[in-house]
Ligand binder design. Sequence first.
Ligand code: SOE
Length: 408
Amino acid sequence: MAGMEPTDGDAAGASPRPVPTLGVGMVGYAFMGAAHSQGWRTVGRVFDLPLRPVLAAIGGRDPAAVRAAAQQHGWAAAETDWRALIARDDVQLVDICTPGDSHAEIAVAALAAGKHVLCEKPLANSVAEAEAMAAAAEAAAARGQVAMVGFNYRRLPAMAYARRLVADGRLGALRHVRVTYLQDWLVDPEFPLTWRLQREHAGSGALGDLGAHAVDLAQYVTGEALVGVSALTETFVRERPLPAGAATESAAYGPGRRGRVTVDDAALFTARFTSGALASFEATRMAAGRKNALRLEVNGERGSLAFDLERLNELSFHDHTEPAVSAGFRRILVTEPGHPYLQAWWPPGHALGYEHTFVHQAHDLVQAVAAGNTAPSPSFAEGLQVQQVLAAVEESAAKNAVYTPVAD
Ligand code: SOE
């Protein structure tokens, strides 16, 4: 499966050590494609890996655009048909960075073709698709293949460290988890109707786009699963201009080249964890001034922690067992070599950023492939569970929509 390629050797001129390669083929080259490319390009230069990822081929429908993306992001070849990309002998791992409506088809085909798979979040657009993907991943695992979901925020050193604090009992029994994921790129009602605003392409709106991260992160940090939700969703701007060059002006699109928004702009829900801890979630792309504000707070019997993605190198921790007179939240700068992933990076205080999560994600996946760990986390089964939570949120929101205030 994996090819062989000599390393450059070290500065002293030692003879090169052959390192097996892992050919990566990526489908999609927009925002997530660029972010994943960064991860694949960088990971082998920062971490000492048992397999060296090679950016073998990138896939996309538009021949000129995919060739340009290959050049910009460092891919050796470009394919206009994802099936051809999967079939390539130099591709052992398929990375899916397309909109949700093609995740299931590509992932199932790639797994059937014997490839390892990384799939962007949310795993799918529906529970049925996610079930098919999880079943395909389970069958492929028996053949030694690895499948993982791209919940990249787990790979933030601060979040991995927060999980460690919880697991070590530093917070004691958990009581509350509060997660908000706030962006503002849809505040402008003239923002065009891109695929992220169409149910047939995106599955859902802020819920799947941001809420999926929130749910995964809450479960990852606490090590617990959510059971039971109660939700509200809203679409504040129901029609938007069609994007420039939109191919269709079908009956579904009204006059003036505007189209219907078929997903939520915001989703709010409360939930219960297996332990009985309570959680609240808010996901919106309508919070003016909030750019990428993923905030998480966990309160336990023995302490609390708080995190804000807009200050991603920091974790606030309060140890409630300390004397009240001197206790309080303190800021941990998560850049020490003893913090997750930091050993490979810069000296303490030399901060990391958003893109490093994709490097860490590539690192964890390559290690899993090399170790033959066919159940890396987050697995497709975990992606399916998140999808089930999202579906429960939609179901609850649909029911809640019928409860109207009672006049007295
Ligand atoms: C857009 O809202 C988006 O790019 C998400 O799709 C990503 O998953 C999130 O990390 C940042 O925001």
